[in-house]
Design a protein around this ligand. Structure first.
Ligand code: NAD
Length: 250
């Protein structure tokens, strides 16, 4: 399949490598809004790509996805940190669906992390009935990352708050004084070149447990994004990672 890489940074390069490994052709690599505008105005737009894989920045992603949607090009989006503008972007994709626009956004395209989300939900259901156990989320990433907490940590926290009724909301960091037990704590660390570590910590009076996911590099995210592009090809409208993963996990 002809694929375009939108955002040719660390993830863009990893996606290109994964796409080639899976036998695809990368017909466009665009970096920056102006380059994207020019590539979409060309004939054929974006080198004739059937799906664009977007890993840009939290600031750039909403505009980039809208531009691609208006050109009828399906987008696999991995950029995190733009959740506040998600509804508007999805509305544009739906408006343009009849011309082929499609969106599959995931804060984490690693298939292992998607499994980790399911384990988090199962853990949350069990923790609901064991009141003596407290729970928190910790994430560590490389120091170049722009947003915090990571999109993956947010999603883990949302799952746990949904499943554990004594946790009313999640908050990042610590305020003054004692921590409210109704708050699920989320902590972020930025250090070195860590590709992404997520921990669900479970603390009891006599014991502790951890559910832990560590990315060994970017290739797992990139391979998942390419697999998602294969799945999105031929579909239109807005899709969730659960739609895509139903084919993998059943
Ligand atoms: P990066 O800074 O290395 O690369 C981003 C690139 O996008 C840069 O080269 C920048 O010039 C380019 N860019 C900026 N605006 C653009 C625009 N309008 N059009 C095209 N290109 C544009 O960052 P990265 O490490 O590759 O991460 C990118 C994003 O992906 C971050 O939000 C990160 O959190 C996220 N991420 C997601 C996953 C996942 O699985 N979903 C995994 C890793 C990283």
């Amino acid at each position: 399949m002809k694929l375009a890489v939108v955002g040719y940074g660390r993830m863009g390069h990893a996606v290109e490598e994964a796409a080639l490994q899976r036998g695809h052709e990368v017909v466009a690599r665009v970096d920056g809004e102006e380059a994207l505008r020019e590539a979409l105005a060309a004939d054929p737009p974006l080198g004739g790509a059937r799906v664009a894989i977007e890993f840009t920045t939290p600031l750039a992603a909403p505009t980039a996805i809208r531009m691609l949607a208006r050109s009828g090009i399906p987008v696999v989006s991995g950029t995190t940190g733009w959740g506040a503008r998600r509804e508007g972007v999805e509305a544009t994709v739906r408006e343009e669906a009849s011309r082929g626009a499609a969106l599959l956004h995931a804060p984490n395209f690693s298939v292992g992390v998607q499994l980790f989300f399911r384990l988090a939900r199962a853990a949350g259901r069990l923790l609901e009935s064991v009141e003596s156990l407290d729970v928190h989320v910790l994430e560590v990433h490389h120091r170049h990352k722009l947003d915090h907490p990571s999109g993956t940590a947010r999603h883990l926290a949302e799952i746990l708050v949904e499943e554990i009724s004594r946790k009313e909301r999640w908050e990042e960091g610590l305020g003054e004084g004692m921590v409210d037990p109704a708050v699920l704590q989320v902590a972020s660390v930025r250090s070195g070149e860590n590709a992404g570590t997520h921990v669900i910590g479970i603390e009891g009076p006599d014991e502790r447990m951890e559910l832990r996911h560590e990315a060994r590099g970017r290739s797992g995210f990139a391979r998942g994004a390419v697999q998602a592009a294969e799945w999105l090809h031929g579909r239109s409208g807005v899709h969730t990672p659960a739609d895509w993963l139903a084919d993998i996990f059943g």
